[in-house]
Design a protein around this ligand. Structure first.
Ligand SMILES: [Zn+2]
Ligand SMILES: [Zn+2]
Length: 465
């Protein structure tokens, strides 16, 4: 929430359902403390110092001693100056009066001024922020330590506001994985029967979790934490903001916020290269529209196309498709009149999958799939792949399931398109699976296994999913 969260002091901007909505009570204690914090007082040097770097002003006093600086500053809280270190010439120290003592910080400049993590346009801003932080963290240390213990978040914050938005969820038994045994028992050996076994297993509604995507944020004007309801103090980088849903919280509160991010379409600028779960949540869909639309188009007019997925389309045209999706989302035109060559659509789908920040088979589960592929016994191997599939995040699982069912149908046209599970495995192996750490040797060794994983998923699509 931007500056509007201040108006939510009155509760107006947060309300979605006036019936059961209660405005959060923002806690102003830390705000009051910030107002009370000592203001910076620049102690200027009476004469111009020749050694003064051009990015410092008259607060630079040259190579004076620590004791002398202490004397100069003793007059007032918030007084500060910069001196050059006597022991290490060329390095600079910010001397700052706070709590009736002089604090010394090694001061750096690289286009911005900093003594710690935060970077400032001016030394004055740095000191203002330091005084606020010192003041609040001294006065309210205990309060801050306890402020996360009774969050407003669960009661009237974020989750309750999003209730109706999150109705649409994937139905998949993730908490209770569907079990299936691969036995050489004739009674359940046929894929059809196995499938029935799967279908009968109870499906439990799963919650569709997504972590927030917090980034350090500088708020203009006073802002309150949407987790603990306390003021976010400081001059810059006062807290973090989720770049997918816009939730604003303290850095320390961000670690306690549940993974219930509901991305806001206005914040999701692109379709390609956007995290799969984020995109799907933002659009309230089960799969990314690129996957659905490309597959539908290919099934409509490309199933008999020789070398489907192997032959590449013109890369400029593929790039066009990408731009169309990024610009128009599900309104993108990928019909035959726009792109007569089906290899362009197939290429766009492959590009989409390859460009995901987290591959369809996640980095986390990559080695599990590779280990599974190494198992020599065919049944045990299939079971291990099945186990791994059940651990995929729902959006990833659903995308993979849909894609594999499609690729299976592609192989039914092998007579025309010359594509079978094996060569589709070669094409899609590295597209769907990438090792968490790229390393020429492992990549080469893993390629055979990536191919095998995809090949097996296509061949046994009906049992695995
Ligand atoms: Zn979020
Ligand atoms: Zn907080």
């Amino acid at each position: 929430m931007a500056a509007s969260s201040n108006s939510s002091l009155s509760g107006s901007s947060l309300s979605s359902d006036p019936e059961d909505y209660q405005p959060p009570i923002w806690k102003s204690y830390l705000y009051q403390l910030q107002q009370e914090a000592p203001r910076p007082k620049r102690m200027t040097c009476p004469q111009e110092m020749e050694s003064r770097p051009k990015y410092y002003g008259r607060e630079f006093h040259g190579r004076i001693s620590r004791e002398y600086a202490d004397e100069l500053l003793a007059t007032a809280e918030g007084a500060y100056l910069i001196r050059e270190s006597q022991r290490q010439p060329g390095t600079h120290t910010l001397a700052l009066r706070f709590g009736h003592q002089t604090l010394n910080y090694r001061l750096f400049y690289d286009g911005k001024h900093f003594v710690g993590e935060k970077r400032f346009e001016s030394v004055h801003d740095l000191v203002t922020d330091a005084l606020i932080t010192l003041y609040i963290e001294t006065k309210a240390a205990e309060y801050i330590a306890k402020m996360t213990t009774n969050p407003i978040y669960e009661h009237l914050g974020y989750t309750s506001l999003l209730k109706d938005k999150t109705v649409h969820r994937l139905n998949r038994g993730r908490t209770e994985p569907r079990r299936v045994t691969f036995q050489r028992d004739e009674r359940i050996a046929s894929p059809l029967v196995r499938r029935t076994v799967l279908k009968d297993a109870p499906e439990k509604q799963c919650s569709y979790e997504k972590m927030h995507n917090f980034k350090v944020h500088t708020f203009r004007g006073p802002h309150w934490c949407e987790y603990c309801a306390n003021f976010m103090w400081g001059l810059i980088a006062q807290g973090v903001r989720c770049s997918d849903c816009g939730l604003n919280v303290h850095k320390q509160c961000s670690k306690l916020v549940p993974s219930d991010c509901q991305p806001d379409l206005r914040r999701i600028k692109k379709v390609f290269s956007c995290d799969l779960t984020t995109l799907v949540k933002a659009h309230n869909s089960t799969r990314p529209m690129v996957v659905d639309m490309c597959i539908q188009e290919i099934e409509l007019r490309g199933m008999k196309s020789e070398g489907l997925y192997r032959v590449s389309g013109f890369s400029e045209h593929i790039e066009d498709v990408r731009l169309a999706f990024d610009r128009d989302g599900d309104k993108a035109d990928i019909s035959a009149s726009a792109y007569a060559d089906i290899n362009i659509i197939a290429g766009a789908l492959k590009l989409y999958l390859r460009d995901l920040p987290i591959p369809v088979i996640t980095f986390e589960l990559y080695s599990k799939f590779i280990q599974a592929a190494r198992i020599p016994n065919a049944d045990t191997r299939l079971e291990a792949i099945h186990e791994s599939l059940l651990q995929l995040p729902p959006a990833h699982y659903e995308t993979l399931r849909y894609l594999m069912a499609h690729l299976k149908r592609v192989t039914l046209f092998e007579k025309y398109n010359l594509m079978n599970a094996e060569n589709l495995g070669i094409v899609f192996g590295p597209t769907l699976m990438q090792p968490p750490e790229m390393n020429a040797l492992t990549t080469l060794n893993d390629m055979r296994l990536q191919k095998l994983v995809v090949q097996l998923m296509i061949e046994h699509e009906d049992v695995l999913f």
